[in-house]
Design a protein. Sequence first.
Length: 247
Amino acid sequence: MPFSFRALRHRWGIAARRMTVRTHVAWYWRAVGLVAVLSLSLTLGLWMYDAGRRFAGFDASAVSEELAALRGRVSQLEAEARQLRAAAASNESRVQIERTAQEQLARQLKSAEAEAARLREDLAFFENLAAGRAEDKLAVSRFKVESDALPGEYRFRVLVTQGGKDRDFNGRLQLVVSMRQGGRDTTLLIPDERAAETPSYRIHFRRFYSTEGTFRVDPAAVVRSVQVRVYEQGVGQPRATQSFNLT
């Protein structure tokens, strides 16, 4: 009995262990409360962070406005750059056209000057011819050869005169082209002996005869000199010759 009393007193007396009485709460309500506390804490933290940035001089709305303004300025500058590039391309095309026109005018001027010099020479020659100062024989007064526009194409001009004789001259012209081709020297006759009666090379005149024409050779050949020969009809030897060196 004493043992039982002591045990009872130890269980329910002052020395007994404390007992806590709690109200039962479902687990989902606890979860809701935890989520609410976390949301409030996160909201409070963001507010404090934003307040701290504002206090330090950083305003998110002002920065957004500044970024929008900068983006608009960048778009405007890109549009201006495109316009400037288009204007530059147009100006470059205009300059190229003007440069091409200037080059064409320079070529035309050079050609006109050469033609004027040739006409002055012809005028002086014809004045001498009219004054009776021409040589009393058949002669090639002027002969010139120059490369033409196409590769291997050459243009020639020749003036043949006959002084002291008042009779018609009938004959033909022949060109002898000396050139270097394939590592060796070669000669080309224009026209050759088999085509000696080529109409374009037949000549008929009394006092003077002027003509010009073109001939072609292999573009790989290097023309060194061209000789013009004047043959009288029925005569096998040339009556007059003159050479023009190109190299």
